[in-house]
Design a protein around this ligand. Structure first.
Ligand code: TXA
Ligand code: MG
Length: 354
């Protein structure tokens, strides 16, 4: 099935059987230097041939992405790793065996084949092997490694459905492969393997607990959650405005009852001022609030459900046209660390601790 939106081809693919004409067409677009958005198990990516500097430069233009924020190179098999990584230390090898294909990006020294457009001049490159059948089939069919950031306009929440990609990028890219909703919902974990112990640059789909169980201690990048102002981020992407819905988001964090009380107070105050208030909360606290729009996005007891619907919920508040969003904090255990990191960044410093 095919459909044109503002000049961008939207091709629907069957995620369970990703073969056929749509995939071949998208692969051809990649090989000839074009841009293809495609689903991965984390979020949709915006892909270009990673070995073609000019094609990669188009990604930055389409997204409005800052020129110093490097891209992740996606591969379909282990052979392709040696094409882009100059060295693979034993711990990286171990992590690939345990977590690939899956939501883990490893930062390794790059080969000269990787153009500077991908790494923004860094000598290292982020590499991951996605597990989504459409992503894998596309990379295989293209026959080249695929550089891909999340397929959103820079600064917006990452896309977890083709509709989100169309919202942000229709008219700016050649093809959007619609393979349905993604599963994990937050992006891959980014781990710097050029140092030992490795440094966590971005929490994501593979948890810190899973990493340390496999390779022992992992250091947390001090600038990661904006924890240390003035600290130079090692992952350039961490310093920019991110995941922002249109209305300002205020993150309230602390013990559940205190957090609920604070959100109730703030909701009351803002509504008294005539503002339209949105609340973003776990299913467990749905009944604790009154507001203009209340969106629950999963269960505190199953944080992977929070990760799955996080970005779609942030985008949903735009449609509800609220003036302010009050969001509950979540536990940082497991994938909760990634959810909290995205909420902190969506809040851009507007965090209330109770
Ligand atoms: O799940 C994901 O990782 C998704 C899907 C599409 O694969 N991709 C994604 O890409 O989230 P992006 O560009 O939105 O985020 C990439 C992150 C940025 O924070 C960037 O700074 C960091 O990875 N990064 C990439 N290469 C790096 C490098 N050589 N050194 C340090 N950080 C790097
Ligand atoms: Mg992104």
């Amino acid at each position: 099935m095919e459909n044109l939106v503002k000049g961008t081809k939207v091709l629907v693919v069957d995620a369970a059987h990703p073969d056929g004409a749509e995939l071949a067409e998208a692969a051809q677009v990649l090989r000839s230097g074009g841009l293809v958005a495609f689903p991965t198990e984390t979020v949709y990516g915006l892909g270009a041939n990673a070995l073609d500097g000019q094609a990669v430069a188009r990604i930055f233009a389409a997204k409005g992405r800052p020129q110093d924020n490097p891209l992740i190179v996606h591969v379909a098999d282990r052979e392709a790793v040696s094409q882009v990584a100059a060295v693979v230390p034993p711990k990286a090898q171990q992590l690939m065996e345990r977590f690939w294909p899956g939501p883990l990006t490893l930062v390794l020294p790059k080969t000269p084949e990787v153009p500077e457009e991908v790494t923004c001049g860094l000598q290292s490159v982020g590499i991951r092997m996605p597990s989504h059948p459409v992503a894998r089939a596309l990379i295989r069919a293209a026959g080249v490694p695929v550089a891909a950031p999340s397929a959103n306009l820079s600064g917006r929440p990452s896309p977890t459905s083709a509709e989100h990609v169309i919202e942000d990028l229709a008219g700016r890219v050649d093809v959007i492969l619609d393979g349905g909703e993604t599963g994990v919902g937050v992006e891959s974990t980014v781990l710097d393997m050029t140092v030992d112990p490795p440094v966590l640059l971005r929490p994501g789909g593979v948890t810190v607990e899973q990493l340390t169980a496999e390779i022992g201690p992992v250091n947390l990048d001090k600038a990661m959650a904006g924890a240390a102002p003035g600290e130079k981020p090692r992952s350039p992407g961490m310093k920019y405005k991110h995941y922002a819905p249109k209305a300002p988001l205020i993150l309230v964090d602390g013990p559940v009852l205190a957090m609920q009380a604070k959100i109730r107070d703030l909701s009351y105050e803002y509504r008294e001022e005539g503002r339209r208030v949105g609340i973003m909360c776990c299913a467990e606290s749905r009944g604790a609030y009154q507001a203009d729009v209340i969106l629950e996005y999963g269960s505190r007891a199953q944080p992977e459900t929070l990760a799955c619907d996080l970005f779609a919920t942030l985008r949903a508040f735009d449609r509800h046209q609220v003036d302010v969003i009050l969001a509950e904090g979540v536990s940082t255990a497991g994938i909760g660390l990634a959810v909290m990191n995205r909420l902190m960044r969506a809040a851009a410093g507007r965090v209330v601790h109770v």
